[in-house]
Every structure is written in structure tokens, then in C-alpha cells.
Design a protein around this ligand. Structure first.
Ligand code: ADP
Length: 225
């Protein structure tokens, strides 16, 4: 078990009206090792909120989160950022690659906080291997601005994998792509799940992408069904 959410609720107070609104209401969810999960639901139903809570970027109003059996409430900020950096890879709708760095340099950014002196060469080799596995060998010295949206998103996926996470959290990963690139990225997610034994939770509007996952949840009225 990588993550186990029990009875998670999340409310926001609207600052204008001071009215409280419950976005997530008593959610239970377990994410097992290598599992493929998609979460669908209308805009505003709380999908991103839920993903951010799973990724420890956001905290629930109530409920319990176990990360590999340990209550995340017992972790301090340093331990939480280590989990986020080492055990979880994040992919968003937009690639968020740094425009002034080459693809290779971008891929290595998440390794900076973890890097020990002699690991530089090894990490560069791993980055090159991963970039090659997503068909980007020819592009490693180019900057994001010189590449297509699909290529950048493939690079963002590699960046999410560089620290060998157990879990990838992807929020609308194909949302900014054309149909062909979206299809390719979906296939790539499956391929990566098999090759790297990594679990995935994918929030998406695309039923084509959602249906590639082994479990599909719908978020509706704060509940997962
Ligand atoms: P989805 O990803 O399904 O589109 P979100 O999780 O982004 O939904 O948002 C769910 C609801 O919570 C929305 O109504 C949104 O306006 C509200 N919300 C999200 N973040 C905040 C916040 N920081 N403060 C207040 N309301 C928020």
C-alpha cells in the first residue's frame, strides 16, 4: 500500500461571503503499488483538491492519510518535502519546464536536493536513458521553446520519473495536447507503469485516457464512486 486515505473531507470558506463549502466529503481511497487509477468528474468537483491532498501539497480539513503505513501528520515539513521529491512524481496540465534550461537540465532539476557528490554522472545517464525511452534523444540539448507541446509533456513525465518515485500524480496530463499527442501520452503512461513499476493516479476529463487505467473513480458531490 502506498497511500491510504480514510474519511477525508475538505472545506473551503468563501472569503467574500464567509460561507463554508465542503468540496470533499468522507473520501476513502487506497493506492496500491503499481496500481493505475483515474479520477473523472465535472469541473469544480474537487479532483485537483483530492490529488493535491494525496500528494501532500494540500491538507484535508479532517481525515487520515497514511503514506506507506505512516500517518503523514507525524511528518515534519522536511520529511514531507522529501516524500514529495523522492516518492512522488507530479505531472500537470502544462509542462512547467524551465524555459532557460535544456531538456536534459530540466530533467535533472528534481535531483538537485538529493544529489550527493559522485552521483552526477549516474543521474545524467539515467536522464538520457529515460529521455531516449520517450523518443527525445535528439532533443536533449534543446530548450522547451523549441519543442512541441507533446514533446514537452513527455519530458515533464521523464522529470517526474527521475528520482524513481513509487507514485505518479497527473492532473489533466493531456489537457493541453492535440488528439494524437494525447493518445501517445496515454500509451506512454501505461508503458511507464509497466517498465518502472510505478503506481499512477490520473485526473482527467478525457474518457479515452481514463479508460486506460484499471480503476476509474468518479468524483461527484464530494464522494468517490
Ligand atoms: P476540479 O479539479 O474537479 O476542477 P478543484 O479541486 O480545482 O476541482 O476545485 C473544487 C472546488 O474547490 C471549486 O469550486 C474551487 O473553486 C474550490 N477551491 C479550490 N481551491 C480553493 C481555494 N484555495 N480556496 C477556495 N476555494 C477553492
Amino acid at each position: 500500500m502506498i497511500v491510504e486515505l480514510t474519511n477525508i473531507s475538505k472545506s473551503y470558506v468563501n472569503p467574500g461571503t464567509n460561507v463554508q463549502r465542503e468540496v470533499l466529503s468522507g473520501i476513502d481511497l487506497t493506492i496500491k503499488s503499481k496500481e493505475l487509477i483515474s479520477i473523472v468528474g465535472p469541473s469544480g468537483s474537487g479532483k485537483s483538491t483530492l490529488l493535491n491532498i494525496i500528494g501532500t501539497i494540500d491538507t484535508p480539513s479532517s481525515g487520515k492519510i497514511l503514506f506507506k503505513g505512516q500517518d503523514v501528520n507525524t511528518f515534519n515539513e522536511k520529511q514531507l518535502s522529501e516524500i514529495r521529491n523522492r516518492s512522488i512524481g507530479f505531472v500537470f496540465q502544462f509542462h512547467h519546464l524551465l524555459p532557460q534550461l535544456s531538456l536534459l537540465e530540466n530533467i535533472l532539476v528534481p535531483t538537485i536536493p538529493l544529489r550527493s557528490k559522485n552521483k552526477g554522472k549516474e543521474l545524467t545517464e539515467r536522464a538520457m536513458e529515460l529521455l531516449s525511452s520517450v523518443g527525445l534523444t535528439e532533443r536533449i540539448h534543446q530548450r522547451p521553446g523549441q519543442l512541441s507541446g507533446g514533446e514537452c509533456q513527455r519530458a515533464a513525465l521523464v522529470r517526474a520519473l527521475i528520482n524513481q518515485p513509487e507514485l505518479i500524480l497527473a492532473d489533466e496530463p493531456t489537457g493541453s495536447l492535440d488528439q494524437d499527442s494525447a493518445f501517445q501520452l496515454g500509451e506512454l503512461l501505461l508503458d511507464i507503469n509497466r517498465k518502472h513499476n510505478v503506481a499512477m493516479v490520473v485526473v482527467t476529463h478525457s474518457l479515452t485516457l481514463a479508460e486506460k487505467m484499471s480503476t476509474i473513480y468518479r468524483l461527484s458531490k464530494g464522494k468517490l464512486v
